[in-house]
Structures are given as C-alpha cells and as structure tokens.
Design a protein around this ligand. Sequence first.
Ligand SMILES: [Zn+2]
Length: 322
Amino acid sequence: MNINTALVAGLLGGALTLAAASDASAQASLEAGNPIEGAIDFHVHSAPDAFARNISDIDVAELAARRGMRAIVLKNHITMTADRAALVQQVVPDIEVFGGVVLNKAVGGLNPAAVEVMANMSGSRGKVVWLPTRDAQHDIATFHKPGEGIRVVENGQVTPETEAVLAKVKEFDLVLQTGHVSPEETLAVISKAKEMGIDKIAVTHAMADVPGLSIEQMKRAAADGAVLELDFLNHLMGPDAHLEWMQEWSRISISEMADAIKEVGADHFILATDLGQSGNPIHPDGYETLVRGLEAEGISRADIEKMMKDNPARLLGLDGTS
Ligand SMILES: [Zn+2]
C-alpha cells in the first residue's frame, strides 16, 4: 500500500488519524514530532459548498488548530469566504482563519464590487482575491468544458475589467491569487499588478494544468515578486487517481515539486493542500504527507519552514515566524 492509498483508505475507513497512524510513515511522524507545527494552508475547501466536501469550515479549523497549524485560508469557487471565516474565527480562536473571493461568474466575474464588499466584511478576515478558476477560459479549454470562459488578458493586454479588480486589490492591500488563467495571462497580470504597486501575489497551484507554468515561467513570475503555490492535491491526480474527476488532471508528484523548488528557490514558494473534496484525505494529513515527501526529496527543514510559515505569513500580514 503506498502512502496515498493508505491516506485514502484511512479516510474511507472513517477513522482518519488512527488509520493513518497505523501506517509506518505516519507512526514515524508521531515519534519524530509534528512536521506541520505552525504551518499555514493557503488553499482549503470545505462545506457548505455546492460541490461535495468532506469537512465543514468549523471542523477543518478545529482539526488544523489541534494539529498545531497557524492559519488556514478558506476558498470557495462560487461564494465569498470572508464572512464565514469571521464566524469560524469566533468559534475556533486557536488558529487564524482567513477568506476571500474567487472572481467566477457566480459573483459577477471580474467584479470590483465583489472585491470591495469582501474587503469590507466585518471581522476583517477577508484577505485574498482569486482571479477566475473554474470559469476561466483557460480552464474551460483545458478540461474541454462547453461555453465561453473569462479572459483576464486580451491581445496581450490586461483587460480594463481586470485592471479595475487589481485597483481594488491595491486599495485594500489584499493578496492577488492568479486562479486558473493561462500561463501567458498569469505572467501579464503579475507584471501589471507589480506595476500598480501590488506586493502580495501568489500563483495558484502554479504547476497544475491550470495555470500550468513551466520552470522558466515560474522563474519569471518569481522575478516579478510573485510566490508560487504548491498543492498536495496535485500529487494525487492523474490517470490512476482514485476519483474519476481527478483523472483529467495531470499528476504533479511531490518529487517534481521538489525539483521545481531546487530550480527556482524556496524563497519563492508557499505550500498548501487544495483538499476538501469528498473522497480525499483531510487537509492536515495531506499537508503532513507533502512536507514529509519534500523532506524525503532532499528539501531542507529550513526551506520547508520558509514555504509553510514565513512566505505565507508575509502575504497574510502575520508577523514573523511562528
Ligand atoms: Zn482549489
């Protein structure tokens, strides 16, 4: 049984932590301390949602807090998460809970008003603006979905609608996440954002099919000040994935992620899970597997701490290292 199968079996068995602990590597991890102490997960899906999720906002926050994590960022493709993050924060004070808004069609697409209300939501937990994900033209073309998607760049120029969104990101000092737009769009938006003085930029699961940045493109994004997000979910994908929808995505193994870190430098990455789908492992288990996998691929503990603590903390305005 490989580690992915073990995690999934653990989940299906319903006794996640115990089942994972029976796995040799997880046992070793319990003996070796907690590798995700102080970690920040920048990409957390949870219920309520219109898609099948394996855990609620409150439960994932409690679980992450119990596992010693410092912060989570709630992400939802169709509705803002700044308001629910504020409620979760009240219920679970032992971890920082953040949210934001993904600019898909359900909130009006590239809609500056959606960004503004998110940023003004009481509780001040709204920090992140994602460009279109499932509704991005690049996503629709890549996964052969019907219809027309949203483009953030046309004829090589960042569109006026996108620029209006970037202006709100700057005004409220938010984090710009690039979503599922194409590599060319990603790079154009990053350089426009930089030009506009935005200094908190992350490329959403940079190596996944959407956006699908090459190593060279990752280096260019990093040179323009963006950090690159690496997500455990992508390691579980590919033609042999245990869930059918995940078979359409390319697998980005932890080993490939480690190679990218060695090429581009740990200063330019953040770690995350992108977990929460029914049938997948729970976020902290995925995070732990990612961290142990990177260590096994020769990434130093110091570099892992940068990617799971320092770099995401800077984006979220959290002080220093935890
Ligand atoms: Zn996601």
